[in-house]
Design a protein around this ligand. Structure first.
Ligand SMILES: [Zn+2]
Length: 285
């Protein structure tokens, strides 16, 4: 007898079967099934899965629950909010992702960096030190994404990381007076800073894709069948079915909506797994 989800032979106790399936397998178009993702490590705040050839770990940076307030979605009517039981907020996290290849460790964003940040503990439980991170790819430069790059004393946290951010994102924040933290952070990493153009392929075979709207240089990264979508979603339960709804954090709403729709379609058509910095735990979809 085989599991209907992943073709795994049912010779182990049910608990092992559930662990092997990970609840993540997706049907192929031809009706056959295959094990697309395999959960190999799991806790309530971390999970490592295999997406095709890519080994990726989700680390929830925030401690405790952190729903997005209903007031962040003023375009959503009360009737819709009530129909989805989201009156008390939309489930979300502040998350980062670690991709480990044979030779390098790649970190996508760094979370809040505030007291209570779980990033360092998460890396440690993977057997990694901050100095093991070779590449740091930033989806954008809001504080909940670059906060973990500096210590409270302003020291560099990832001494060996080559830091990549899109040129439009860099240029915007370096002239914006509203985010001195961004300028200070980039200055601390100035000898390791790389500005990429949309469409570039970065070390590790990571494609940098234009996803402007949330911020002027917001980037989605694709590695294999994994799509790191940054802040495409602040409330997945609301915005996946209603991509026309923006969070107030989206700086250019029109572009954010177009970008969200484009990547939802792209992920569905190519059967990609999305990893999002504010998806609810575990932050894969
Ligand atoms: Zn964010």
């Amino acid at each position: 007898m085989k599991c209907g989800k992943c073709n795994y032979w049912l010779i182990a106790p049910l608990v092992l079967l559930v662990a092997a399936c990970g609840g993540k397998a997706k049907k192929q178009a031809d009706g056959m099934t295959q094990e697309k993702e395999t959960t190999v490590r799991e806790s309530s705040t971390m999970e490592t899965i295999q997406v095709g050839s890519v080994n990726v770990t989700w680390i929830q940076d925030n401690a405790g629950d952190r729903p997005m307030a209903r007031s962040l979605f003023p375009d959503a009517g009360d009737a819709l909010i009530d129909s989805l039981s989201l009156r008390d907020g939309v489930p979300s996290t502040v998350s980062v992702f670690v991709v480990k290849t044979d030779s390098v460790v790649i970190l996508f964003d760094t979370g809040l960096g505030a007291a209570g940040s779980r990033l360092q503990a998460g890396l440690k439980s993977l057997g990694m030190e901050p100095s093991d991170v070779r590449y740091l790819y930033l989806t954008h430069m809001h504080g909940d994404h670059i906060g973990g790059m500096l210590t409270a004393e302003g020291e560099v946290v990832f001494p060996n990381a080559e830091v990549y951010v899109s040129k439009p994102e860099h240029d915007y924040w370096m002239t914006a007076s509203s985010n001195p933290r961004a300028a200070k952070t980039l200055e601390a990493y100035r000898n390791k800073l790389h500005l990429f153009a949309f469409g570039d392929t970065l070390p590790g075979g990571v494609a940098a894709m234009e996803a402007v709207g949330h911020t002027p240089g917001h980037t989605v990264f694709q590695v294999g069948r994994l799509l790191v979508v940054g802040d495409l979603f602040h409330g997945l339960a609301l915005q996946l079915a209603h991509p026309e709804i923006c969070a107030t954090y989206d700086m250019d709403k029109e572009k954010a909506v177009e970008t969200r729709k484009r990547f939802i379609r792209y992920a569905q058509e190519n059967e990609l797994t999305m990893a999002g910095m504010h998806l609810p735990a575990p932050a894969f979809h």
